[in-house]
Design a protein around this ligand. Sequence first.
Ligand code: FAD
Length: 397
Amino acid sequence: MPTDQTEPDRFRADVRAFLGDRLPADLAAHVAKGGYPRSECIRDWIATLAERGWSAPQWPREWGGAELPPRLHAILDEECALANAPAVESLGISTVGPALLEFGSPEQKSRFLPSIVTAREHWCQGFSEPGAGSDLAALNTRAVREGDVFKVTGSKIWTSSAHEADWMLCLARSDPDAPRHQGISALLIDMRAAGVRVRPIRWMNGVHGFNEVFLDGVEVPVENLLGTENGGWAVAMQALGPERIFVSRVAENKRLLRQLHETMATPDADGHRLADDPAFADRAAALEVRLLALEERFVQFLDDLAAGRPVGPEVSMLKLTGSRLIQAFEALIVEAHGPAVLPFDAARTAAEGLGLEVGAPSAAMAALKMLHHRGYTIAAGSSEVQLEVLSRRVLGL
Ligand SMILES: Cc1cc2nc3c(=O)[nH]c(=O)nc-3n(C[C@H](O)[C@H](O)[C@H](O)COP(=O)(O)OP(=O)(O)OC[C@H]3O[C@@H](n4cnc5c(N)ncnc54)[C@H](O)[C@@H]3O)c2cc1C
């Protein structure tokens, strides 16, 4: 067989063996139930993946990555999801690292990249503000240069994980007189610096996932400027770039498909299985077909990426389709569990990351996850904005 056919198979077997050996069984059981693993467990897991360069699979080896071709990265994600490994939800790896790799000084790279890739330090992304989300260039947080520091004042919102973060990649307006995109600087802010205050915002399922961050005259040394002064827009675009393909969440959708099938195969109190209900099975099959179509398109984008072909605005379809599919799977899983999804204990969920366990093992978290993932309509570019891009820039409407 030609090498290009055996390589993915060999890699998949290698990943499976690694997962069998190193993924803690209790952690996988927690994820299989839909639980939110504790941050320490996720950090430990990221550090374990980092031993193989798999916490940041496409990063250069020099900086702790594995330089995996995009298709192998997708296989890694899929095997991890199907083994119920916790998702590597690290803004340091997904957004800050790519910006540091491109724009960081040698000192910044050496200082930050090793601790990002091993999850020894945690990052948040301070881009959105109360008046600047889809229209990010409207941001108003000010950075005033005073000698060798910037003084930063303003507020950020929807900042995921800011309450656990050591550092923030922050966009601030450093030249209010320049055209909007040309007066922004990207700053690396120590979350323990004087003047940083974090206030929680709970997701609609009660879990503390994101925050408001208030910056009151925070002093940021000039050496923590990433890229050039007033060159922050390019840094932001680089940070958000890698999100564009993997945000299709194909691996996560595959895990949900399996969860749906498991739920359908479990008999209810009367011994009925939804798998034997042709109407319900049709609806499950329709979602599976959508997933196959998404994966097909995802793989085409991966090949474009690998071949160095430019990824155009049509990539917006991945985020749009993937997020909608997750929501459709979760709605059907909730329907399949029926009333077992209703009882939950918000206090215990907040404290332990698990709801009350009644019904099938994953039932307790099904409704909470469905509520959580409503946010996918908005995060990483809202569905309306993706539709706008597709209609104007791809279809020319
Ligand atoms: C789960 C989650 C996690 C997040 N994490 C972070 C984070 O860590 N860091 C961070 O900086 N931000 C984060 N965000 C914020 C996110 O980036 C913004 O919410 C998003 O960019 C939308 O901005 P907005 O909330 O200001 O809404 P707006 O931009 O005000 O949009 C309001 C409505 O108008 C629609 N709309 C806006 N512009 C257009 C247009 N041109 N055409 C058609 N419709 C339009 C939108 O679709 C939406 O329905 C997160 C959001 C969520 C949901």
